[in-house]
Design a protein. Structure first.
Length: 312
């Protein structure tokens, strides 16, 4: 087997914007003095007249994006997840969510894999925040291919969208002809009958690796990639839960309010199933190398394998 290709989904975001910009003149990109980090600088280089640097003023940027959307254009407001969902929450809620404006929020540098930037920038609460806004679509792509498809789908979707991207390069896992991205639809990456593993974003590839290790122990794990947290693919979640009887949810986010909460809300109401949430356990992150933090907080393949194996 050749070397695994790894690409950060923030790079995918910048590249996808450029490709969309070539065929859609109504696409406008906003940034908050972070174009090099969010990778929207590639769009700025190609289409400088359609890129607006709002400076270190994220709340103001969301208001500008709302105004641009009101004119019929499609703005992508870009900054770190901590600033997009955290600092600017009130503006996102009241200026974008409440009037249901067609603004797309590109939130990069999410989760503990931000690494050395430390706890203040490792946003593990953004999905929980964005899920509470009525009408907000929340998307967490797992790799380069899915991230590009998600940006295109968000552009085509009428209404506010929150797209979550990472800083750390992750394996490309969706490079197959049968891959199809559809908002609100999960993807079964591996069929199984003993336990369901549901994941989003960075941990998806690690869950696949963990499933292979489980198979060697005689445990047949089904792996589902849920790229759209809201709306959740409840039909797929329920069907898999009925088949396996046990569900494990893995996410690079707090275990409070994210994918795990969305899945457990669904199951408790419609298909009571024993469930285990693997994520950030109500603690802040810390400064350190990204891969070491992923392992320390239990999101690497070995940790997932051990937790699922112990889950009875």
């Amino acid at each position: 087997m050749g070397d695994v290709v790894k690409i950060a989904t923030r790079d995918s975001y910048g590249n996808a914007l450029v490709e969309l910009g070539k065929t859609h003149d109504d696409l406008v990109v906003l940034d908050a003095d972070l174009a090099a980090a969010t990778k929207t600088g590639t769009f700025k280089k190609e289409f400088p007249e359609r890129h607006i640097d709002c400076g270190i003023a994220e709340c103001n940027m969301m208001g500008i994006a709302a105004g641009i959307a009101a004119t019929g254009k499609v703005p992508f407001a870009s900054t770190f997840a901590m600033f997009a969902a955290g600092r600017a929450f009130e503006q996102v809620r009241n200026s974008i969510g409440y009037p249901q404006l067609n603004v797309k929020i590109g939130a990069t540098h999410a989760g503990i894999s931000v690494g050395e930037d430390g706890a203040t920038h490792q946003c593990n609460e953004d999905i929980a925040l964005m899920r509470t806004i009525p009408g907000m679509t929340v998307i967490v792509p797992s790799d380069d291919i899915e991230a590009k498809a998600a940006v295109k789908a968000a552009y085509e979707h009428q209404g506010p969208c929150y797209l979550r991207f990472g800083r750390l390069a992750v394996p490309v896992i969706n490079d197959n002809p049968s891959y199809k991205f559809e908002l609100g639809k999960g993807v079964v990456l591996r069929e199984g009958k003993d336990v369901t593993i549901i994941a989003s974003g960075l941990p998806v590839s690690n869950c696949l690796e963990a499933a292979e290790k489980l198979a060697a122990d005689g445990v047949d794990a089904e792996v589902i990639n849920i790229h759209t947290i809201k709306p959740l693919d409840e039909d797929l979640v329920i069907a898999s839960a009925k088949k396996t009887g046990k569900v494990v949810i893995v996410e690079e986010h707090s275990v409070i309010g994210g994918l795990g909460s969305a899945v457990c809300d669904c199951l408790s109401e419609k298909c009571p199933t024993k469930a285990l949430k693997i994520g950030i356990n109500d603690v802040f992150g810390e400064s350190g190398p990204a891969l070491e933090l992923v392992a320390k907080y239990g999101l690497d393949a070995e940790s997932i394998y051990n937790r699922v194996k112990e889950f009875k």
